[in-house]
Design a protein around this ligand. Structure first.
Ligand SMILES: CCCCCCCC/C=C\CCCCCCCC(=O)SCCNC(=O)CCNC(=O)[C@H](O)C(C)(C)COP(=O)(O)OP(=O)(O)OC[C@H]1O[C@@H](n2cnc3c(N)ncnc32)[C@H](O)[C@@H]1OP(=O)(O)O
Length: 184
């Protein structure tokens, strides 16, 4: 049997180093929501995470959100899928700094500590580099700004043409996607 190609989020060869785009928001800039109804960052989503991201140095980003009763799995504890959502959003936000549209290909998550309702989770994500269209990145989630590590993730994002969102999504025209590219 032929082995399928590895999908690991650990790079299998040396990566091209990431380059912060010259027009990337300066470190410390609070990033706007990329879509008001996004379940992770949208301010109009009734029960979403309302995760707020901030540009970091080099190609890194930080994010935070407070776990509410809407995010529970076991009573009083955040659902693992919701925590993966927070990691996915923070990692995806690296595209603000790279100015390249990307989608999640693979997300590997280690759950290290339970995250109780009421916790403000502090996330950071860092781009490791590229192998062709694949962008490799890592993220960490802490219980407090300098608190213990509750989550770790490794991910592969795949660079897509802007038309990906027109072809597969709804309510988005090619013109809107190109406007977004110029002024996200
Ligand atoms: C215009 C804006 C400018 C920038 C401004 C930015 C502003 C900030 C904006 C926004 C922040 C965003 C915050 C949101 C974050 C949330 C992100 C999500 O949740 S995304 C939704 C979930 N993910 C999907 O829905 C993907 C579904 N999958 C697909 O559509 C396809 O499978 C896709 C595109 C991933 C690949 O399909 P193919 O046909 O294009 O290409 P193939 O040839 O299959 O793959 C290309 C390369 O990627 C690797 N690859 C593909 N899938 C992989 C996987 N699962 N794991 C590892 N590698 C994978 C392949 O091995 C290949 O590598 P080789 O080029 O051969 O080296």
């Amino acid at each position: 049997m032929i082995e399928p190609p590895t999908r690991s989020a650990t790079p299998q060869r040396e990566l091209e180093p990431p380059e912060r785009h010259p027009e990337a928001p300066a470190p410390g800039t609070v990033l706007p929501s990329h879509y008001e109804n996004c379940v992770a960052c949208g301010p109009s989503h009734p029960t979403g995470l309302r995760l707020v991201s901030t540009a970091g140095p080099e190609v890194s980003i930080s994010g935070e959100f407070t776990v509410t009763a809407d995010h529970q799995g076991a009573p009083g504890l955040a659902h693992g899928g919701v925590l993966a959502l927070a990691l996915d959003e923070t990692l995806g936000g690296l595209s603000w700094l790279l100015r390249r549209p990307m989608v999640t290909g693979r997300l590997e998550t280690d759950y290290i500590r339970p995250v109780p309702v009421g916790t403000t989770l502090f996330l950071t994500a860092r781009c490791l580099g590229f192998a062709g269209r694949r962008m490799y990145a890592k993220a960490v989630g802490r219980l407090g700004p300098e608190g213990s590590v509750a989550l770790r993730a490794s991910a592969v994002f795949v660079v897509v043409p802007p038309e990906h969102f027109v072809e597969h999504g709804t309510d988005m025209t090619t013109e809107q996607v190109h406007d977004y590219e110029v002024n996200p």
